[in-house]
Each structure stands twice: as structure tokens, then as C-alpha cells.
Design a protein around this ligand. Structure first.
Ligand code: ADP
Length: 655
């Protein structure tokens, strides 16, 4: 068995691999870039080696540096995780050449799936169902155009060397074909260094189903069941489950057998996933991922197996621990990917310091996390913070448990998507298995909708309770400055949420009874009880409890499945006085101002671009929410802005 293991990766997958290695008594070695010097995967490893600056090309994709790190630490084996170098045949070969064990398939098997064109043609020849399309060697654009016409519209163009859903293009209108092919060619060349394109009939609403397979170096092949990963946003999986629900038995059997055919055809060894599209009648081979996948966890939950342990055993030359007949599938497991992004702002990536990141307790869910409270989310890498996985005897129970577990996540400082994912898990479309990969295109926005005004007002009451000083006496208002408990007095407070201002007046009517005026409404509050990070209170006769967390001017409230990040606008603080006067536009994320498109005094129309902020390698336009006149600009190009900074003042348009 392997005795020391370097993981050429970061984040949750590095932590997850270390966990199994530790359990097996294997010495663990992390590698890290400048951006990850104090990251969790570095802290959890026995040893850690710096491999370069933050950009992936200079660190996590730097083959020479990683091999060097393995040599320096006397590592026996390298696990690539997923992403980065995991499907890079040259890296696998470099490991072998350096006398290291590559924990994954042989380089030739990775290479066999490196081109979607070659892979698809090969599987078609083996009788595996594939979608009609063109996977020929003649890549002349005029020839591709003629082939595309015969495939018919709608059609999907894929870069042969692509991955991660990148660079694919859907063409619905034949007139747009020449332009789409030319653009896809350019993207494929610049993004993957190979301009070859695959053409395929586009299915409007298929499900994504896949089979986990495993093979050893002794010629044994097994499958570990199937998964469904149809909940995707822009071709990125978000919710995955095992087994794939609602598949006819006969089809499931053929699907699993087809996956083994694919694996055998390329002489596969280790863990791999064969991906298919399912249109409700038939399945079609899409590709094989020659690595451990993000969603391998759901398979582990239904099989009770540790796939990383299997990978390490197989890499050591051992036989598969079980034969097909010994592998049992039990119950149902669902995984949700918790990402640092903001569903309310079109999934803008979010980075920065995690002031708070609480995961559900172990008895509620399996949590594979790469981050926790106090960690920093760098801007340089993908946005996955961790995964939450729930198992139950049935699918509906697993979905309910997972939604409940997601509700126990409390994250402040960085935006996350777990509330949005919980709403998807509770939606009738998902629960009835009526969803497809197109599900979120039409409904995604609905799940991201902020809570209604009444719920928001209730949350604002808790925010107000959270920021008022607690005297430690039973009456939370007893210590308020200049306030006499016997006299009715109204304490004013201003909170802001998504640019909306809430004016709050708190009036103590009698001991422990408050009336909170919020906007034009009044809510009665009684029996306020504060415990560790939570406040319980009776609001208009209803007992409710909220998790609260305050830092700087942020007042976080988690209530009824929603998360609110209020800004406490202290009239004495200069920082936010500008935005309290109305019309202040704040930046949704930390970044750098790259362009200011308007000047002070300029009249602008609603929707007009005012500023451009660059964050996480993407440009984000700040647009005018309404027509008006630019009053003050607070920043100039090149300035750094922190999240929530007021960027400029915009007056309402004159009638
Ligand atoms: P990548 O290697 O970039 O991940 P895939 O070929 O695996 O590319 O496709 C990724 C996703 O694109 C699939 O999960 C599915 O959502 C969508 N997709 C791919 N091919 C088709 C098709 N023929 N029709 C409809 N959707 C497709």
C-alpha cells in the first residue's frame, strides 16, 4: 500500500482525500500557491509545499513544480483530485516518468477520452448509443457547415478538447451557423489549444445521467450504480443524486452495461464516470470523465464504500475490494454544491474573508468542506466552498433532510447559494422528477427571488434586536443611552438591504414589550430571549427564532429559510451617510473600478452603465436602477472597492 501521498489540488477535494489517507495511515502532503498559504487543505496536511504564485498556470497547473514538490517530500504517489491536472495525460505520464504512482487511470486511457470526437466515434463503433452528429476528421469550416445542415437544428457545437461545459454553443437558427462555427473555432483554439469541433443534435430538455465505474490493473470492471446530475446552471452541476431516479429497470441495466463497455474499450483503470444524456426514452453517450468526480460522494453514501480508498488500493496494484455481486446499493443520497456566489445578483462570484461559515452538524449531513470560519476565499479559483450530502431510505426524505441541512448553513462575509439550492430541493418539479438540465433556465430566477416584504420586515426586527446593546438584564433596552425605561421613547434605527432603506422606530411600551415601527407597519415584539448567536421573540403573537451575526456594519439574519445581510446605517458614521440620503449605489462585491462611464452632473437613463467593476477576473457593469442625474462619484478608475461601498450618488429623475 502507498505510504505517502501528495494531493495536487486544493479546497474541499484536497481535504477529502487527506481524510481517507489519514484513516489509512498514509502521510499526507499538500501543495499550495500564494493565495492558499493559510488554506484549510494546507493546515490539514502533514506537510505542505509552496508551488508558486496564485494564477493556476504558475502553481496548480505547473507540472514541474508539483513533481519537484513530490521529490522534495519523498512522496510515493500523487492524487490529482478533479479539475486542474486531473485529466491531463501529460501530467500522468510525468508522474510515471518520475517514478511516482499516479492515483488515476493510465495516461493512455486519459488520452483516449481527451478528444470528444475520437471518443464518440469509438463508442459509436462499439454499439454504445450516441446522438446523431458529426465527429469527422475534416474540420474545414465549410465542410462543418454542410455537416451541420444535415444534422439539422437545433444543434450543439462542442470543442473536441473542451471540458467543464466551456465553449459549447447551441445553434437554433441555420442562418446563424457560419458565425457560430467561426466563433466556436476561435474559442476552442484560444481556450483549449485545439480548434476541432464536434457537432451534435441538441436535446432541448434531457436529463444528465452517469454511471460510476471502477477498474483495477487485473482486468476487473465493476459499476457502482448511477447518478443524476440534471440540476445544472450554465452546464455546471449543482445538485447530484444517486441512484438516478425514475429510470425504467431495463434501461438502467443497459446504461450500466454500456458504461462498462466504454471503460473496457479504453483499458480503463481506477475510478471513472461515463456520462449520458437521457431524453425520456433512450440514453446517449456523452463523454467519460477519467477521474474522481465532485459528486462521487452520493455513490459513497448509497454503497457505503470509500472511493478514494479504492483508488489508493488500485493504484497500489491491489485488486478491486469487491466483485459486482457484492456491491449493494441502499437508499438515496443527494448532494448540494455550496458555492461562493450570489443568486440574487445573477450568481456573481463572491470572494473575501469568511467572517462566519457554520456547516450543518455531522448528525444532519455529511459535509465535505474546504473552508470554514476565518478562512479566506481567494479570487483566483473556482467558487466551491464545500458539499453537503444527505442520505435517507427514499428520495423525498433525502431531499427534505438536505433542504433542512442547508438551512443550518450560516455564512457571512461571502455570498453563498445554499438557500437557493434548498428552494430547488423543495420544488414540485424536482420532487416529481419532472426536471431536466433546462430546469433552472426557466425557473432559476424564481428560486433566487428575495423573500416577500412582510418576511423581510420580520427579519429587520431581528436585525434591530441584534444591533441594540444588551444590558444583560431581562429588559434588553434598559441600557440604551439616554433612555429611561419608564418613559415611552422611540429609538430610531436605519437598516439597508439591497439598496432599500428600512426606517425603524423601537418603542418600549412596557417592560419587555416593544412596538417596532418599520416602514409604515408596526410589529409588536415580546419575550425577547437571546442565546448563543440566536434571538427568539414573539412577533405579533407568533414565536420565532432567528440566527443573527453582526460584524462591522453588517447585520446578518437567518430566518424561515432566508438569509438577510442588512447594513446598519449609523447616522454618526461617515462611511455610509452618503447612501442613506437616497439613490446611493453600492458595489455588490469587492473589486477594482476599471471604468467610470459617467461624469458628475450627467443625466442617465435607467439601465445605463455607470461604472465597471472587475472582480474575480470578470467585469461587472453597475447600471442605473432608474433614470436620474449623477450627483457625486466616490471612486475613480483603479480604485479598490470593498463589498457594500457606496460607488456614486444618483438623484431621481425630474418629472
Ligand atoms: P464538458 O466536457 O464541457 O462538460 P459535455 O459534453 O459533458 O461537456 O456536456 C456538458 C453539458 O452540456 C451536459 O451536462 C449537458 O447539460 C449539456 N449538453 C451536452 N450535449 C448536449 C446535447 N446534445 N443536447 C443537450 N445538452 C447537451
Amino acid at each position: 500500500m502507498i505510504e505517502s501521498l501528495l494531493v495536487a489540488n486544493r479546497g474541499e477535494i484536497a481535504c477529502r482525500i487527506f481524510r481517507t489517507a489519514r484513516r489509512l495511515g498514509i502521510r499526507t502532503i499538500a501543495v499550495f500557491s500564494d493565495a492558499d498559504a493559510s488554506a484549510r487543505h494546507v493546515r490539514e496536511a502533514d506537510e505542505a509545499v509552496w508551488i508558486g504564485p496564485a494564477p493556476p498556470r504558475e502553481s496548480y497547473l505547473n507540472v514541474a513544480r508539483i513533481i519537484e514538490a513530490a521529490r522534495a517530500t519523498n512522496a510515493q504517489a500523487i492524487h490529482p483530485g478533479y479539475g486542474f491536472l486531473s485529466e491531463n495525460a501529460a501530467f500522468a505520464q510525468a508522474c510515471v516518468d518520475a517514478g511516482l504512482i499516479f492515483v488515476g487511470p493510465p495516461p493512455a486511457a486519459i488520452g483516449a477520452m481527451g478528444s470528444k470526437i475520437v471518443a464518440k466515434a469509438r463508442m459509436r463503433a462499439k454499439g454504445v448509443p450516441v446522438l446523431p452528429g458529426y465527429e469527422g476528421a475534416d474540420q474545414d469550416l465549410a465542410h462543418l457547415q454542410a455537416q451541420a445542415r444535415s444534422v439539422g437544428m437545433p444543434l450543439i457545437i462542442k470543442p473536441a478538447a473542451g471540458g467543464g461545459g466551456k465553449g459549447m454553443r447551441i445553434v437554433r437558427d441555420e442562418a446563424k451557423l457560419p458565425e457560430a462555427l467561426a466563433a466556436a473555432r476561435r474559442l476552442a483554439e484560444s481556450g483549449f489549444g485545439d480548434g476541432s469541433l464536434l457537432l451534435e443534435r441538441y436535446l432541448p430538455a434531457p436529463r444528465h445521467v452517469e454511471v460510476q465505474i471502477f477498474a483495477d490493473s487485473h482486468g476487473n470492471y465493476v459499476h457502482l450504480g448511477d447518478r443524476d446530475c440534471s440540476i445544472q446552471r450554465r452546464h455546471q452541476k449543482l445538485i447530484e443524486e444517486a441512484p438516478a431516479p425514475a429510470l425504467p429497470d431495463e434501461l438502467r441495466t443497459r446504461l450500466r452495461a454500456a458504461a462498462i463497455v466504454v471503460a473496457r474499450e479504453i483499458g480503463y483503470i481506477s475510478a471513472g464516470t461515463v456520462e449520458f444524456l437521457f431524453d425520456g426514452r433512450e440514453f446517449y453517450f456523452m463523454e467519460m470523465n477519467t477521474r474522481l468526480q465532485v459528486e462521487h460522494t452520493v455513490t459513497e453514501q448509497v454503497t457505503g464504500l470509500d472511493l478514494v480508498e479504492w483508488q489508493l488500493k488500485v493504484a497500489s496494484g491491489e485488486r478491486l475490494p469487491l466483485e459486482q455481486a457484492q456491491i449493494n446499493l441502499n437508499g438515496h443520497a443527494i448532494e448540494a454544491r455550496i458555492c461562493a456566489e450570489d443568486p440574487e445578483r445573477d450568481f456573481l462570484p463572491s470572494a473575501g474573508d469568511l467572517r462566519l461559515l457554520e456547516w450543518p452538524a455531522p448528525e444532519m449531513a455529511r459535509v465535505d468542506a474546504g473552508f470554514g470560519t476565518g478562512d479566506r476565499v481567494p479570487e483566483s479559483y473556482d467558487s466551491l466552498l464545500g458539499k453537503v450530502i444527505c442520505w435517507a431510505p427514499t428520495r423525498s426524505e433525502a431531499a427534505a433532510r438536505l433542504a433542512g441541512a442547508l438551512d443550518r448553513i450560516h455564512c457571512a462575509g461571502v455570498r453563498t447559494n445554499e438557500r437557493w439550492l434548498a428552494r430547488i430541493l423543495q420544488s414540485p418539479g424536482f420532487l416529481r422528477v419532472e426536471h431536466s438540465i433546462a430546469f433552472l433556465e426557466s425557473l432559476g430566477k424564481q428560486f433566487a427571488d428575495p423573500a416577500d416584504a412582510a418576511a423581510e420586515r420580520r427579519a429587520a426586527v431581528f436585525a434591530a434586536l441584534a444591533v441594540r446593546p444588551n444590558s444583560g438584564e431581562s429588559d434588553p433596552w434598559a441600557a440604551v443611552d439616554g433612555f429611561t425605561p419608564n418613559l415611552p421613547a422611540i429609538v430610531p434605527l436605519s437598516l439597508q438591504l439591497r439598496g432599500q432603506h428600512h426606517a425603524i422606530g423601537i418603542e418600549t411600551q412596557q417592560r419587555e414589550r416593544l412596538s417596532v415601527a418599520i416602514d409604515a407597519e408596526s410589529i409588536s415584539v415580546a419575550d425577547v430571549l437571546r442565546t448563543d448567536g440566536s434571538i427568539a421573540a414573539t412577533l405579533d403573537g407568533l414565536r420565532v427564532k432567528a440566527r443573527v451575526y453582526v460584524y462591522e456594519i453588517h447585520v446578518h439574519v437567518w430566518l424561515d429559510g432566508n438569509h438577510y445581510d442588512f447594513l446598519h446605517e449609523d447616522p454618526r458614521s461617515k462611511e455610509f451617510s452618503a447612501s442613506t440620503t437616497g439613490g446611493g449605489l453600492t458595489t455588490p462585491l469587492p473589486g477594482v473600478v476599471v471604468a467610470v462611464k459617467v461624469a458628475e452632473g450627467q443625466a442617465v437613463a435607467a439601465g445605463e452603465v455607470l461604472m465597471v467593476i472587475e472582480a474575480m477576473k470578470m467585469e461587472h457593469a453597475i447600471t442605473a436602477p432608474h433614470a436620474g442625474t449623477v450627483q457625486t462619484l466616490h471612486f475613480a478608475p483603479g480604485d479598490r472597492v470593498s463589498e457594500g461601498s457606496a460607488l456614486l450618488e444618483l438623484s431621481a429623475a425630474a418629472d
